[in-house]
Ligand binder design. Structure first.
Ligand SMILES: NC(=O)c1ccc[n+]([C@@H]2O[C@H](COP(=O)([O-])OP(=O)(O)OC[C@H]3O[C@@H](n4cnc5c(N)ncnc54)[C@H](O)[C@@H]3O)[C@@H](O)[C@H]2O)c1
Ligand SMILES: O=C(O)C[C@H](O)C(=O)O
Length: 353
């Protein structure tokens, strides 16, 4: 006799119960759909930072168009990413002026991680001879093809490459200090992680100001106002670890480069914050190395601190938190180095326009 086989109904989740990728996002809040089109360009997209950063941009629902450029391989990375089922388009371009033009035209955010990374024993300043001209040439193209974009400079030495971009834009009468950012987010990401390890807490609960610049002693964590209980050797070790966190990665990678994955995360967080501010969300702040009034009187035109973001880019540069004697000494040392790093970038661009 024929017996009907009963197939149990598949279990389904009601639509409202399903979670979107953005619910699990590590960036904090992500909007679920773009308020307006946003084109993001990545220059140096094939590199150790460029690839994961481009992936994170492909996953960001605020991005509608992603354009990738490198001196090699950007088209392959773009085709690979273009199979991911998020709404944005991805295009990769070949090296040269035409590729740069197509990448940059119409861009709202330009992320630049192009250039060589450190090997053990090197300082970030040792990268200057190679990276200064790479950043200068990319800045020239950006000044021509995307003069109004937010420029996010990742290439080291950030303390010098940001002034290089400002000089290139100034020479072409398109410089807008509200749109130029040295990406120092990684210092704050590290600070919150390292402090959570000391305190045995969730890093999400720690938002620490890291001021100054992005290299060694120019990185100044300002802990005392929020964490007056962290003192003595614990404080000294924590400050040193934040200042030299980059070396920790460089040494562990044994000549294979520097931080790439944590940097891609940090760069994507910064870009996401700018995209949210651009879409009209208020109260968004990130650390960044920007043209700043904070130490202009001391001859330091660029300085990293907490910056409030708006549709115009930099909305407001916040004053530093209250500092103690120990931090004032760190700041004094940082200012000396910063002055020299900034001058080096400006002098280079003036004598090699
Ligand atoms: N700001 C920060 O916190 C931070 C953190 C980590 C690394 N970095 C810096 O980022 C830079 C890149 O690091 P990485 O590990 O990705 O290096 P990488 O060598 O893996 O990648 C660099 C990419 O840049 C490309 N490139 C070189 N010249 C170019 C040009 N003229 N135009 C376009 N692309 C070009 C290369 O082809 C390569 O794909 C380094 O200078 C590094 O020091 C900064
Ligand atoms: O340390 C480096 O050279 C890369 C980067 O600036 C970092 O802080 O990890």
């Amino acid at each position: 006799m024929f017996t009907a086989i009963r197939i149990p109904a598949a279990r389904t989740l009601p639509f409202a119960g399903r979670r979107a990728f953005s619910d699990y996002s590590p960036f904090g809040r992500l909007a679920t759909s773009p308020a307006k089109p946003a084109k993001v360009a990545v220059l140096g997209a094939t590199g150790g930072i460029g690839q994961p950063l481009s992936l994170l941009m492909k996953l960001n629902p605020l991005v509608t168009d992603l354009a990738l450029y490198d001196i090699r391989g950007a088209r392959g990375v773009a085709v690979d990413l273009s199979h991911i089922n998020t709404n944005s388009t991805v295009k990769g371009y070949a090296a040269g002026e035409e590729g740069l033009k197509a990448t940059l035209q119409g861009a709202d955010i330009v992320l630049i991680p192009a250039g060589v990374p450190r090997k053990p024993g090197m300082t970030r300043d040792d990268l200057f001879n190679t990276n200064a001209s790479i950043v200068r040439d990319l800045a020239k193209a950006a000044a021509q093809y995307s003069p109004e974009a937010n420029m996010l400079i990742i290439s080291n030495p950030v303390n010098s490459t940001v002034p290089i971009v400002s000089e290139v834009f100034k020479a072409r009468n398109v410089y807008n200090p509200k749109r130029l950012f040295g990406v120092t987010t990684l210092d704050v990401v590290r600070a919150s992680r390292f402090i959570s390890e000391v305190k045995g807490t969730d890093p999400a609960h720690h938002n620490i100001t890291v001021a100054g610049g992005h290299s060694g002693l120019t990185i100044v964590p300002l802990l005392s106002e929020k964490y007056p209980e962290i003192v003595g050797e614990t404080r000294d070790a924590l400050v040193k670890r934040i200042q030299f966190g980059g070396d920790e990665v460089v040494n562990a990678k044994e000549s294979m480069g520097s931080a790439t994955l944590s940097m891609a995360y940090a760069g994507a967080r910064m870009a996401n914050s700018l995209l949210r501010a651009r879409a009209g969300e208020s109260g968004i702040s990130e650390p960044a190395f920007v043209e700043s009034p904070l130490y202009k009187a001391a001859g330091v035109d660029f300085f990293a601190s907490e910056v409030e973001l708006g549709p115009e880019g930099v909305k407001e540069i916040h004053a530093l938190p209250k500092t103690n004697e120990y931090e004032n000494e760190l700041l004094a040392t940082a200012l000396q180095d910063l002055k020299a790093n900034i001058k080096k970038g400006i002098d280079f661009t003036k004598s090699n326009p």
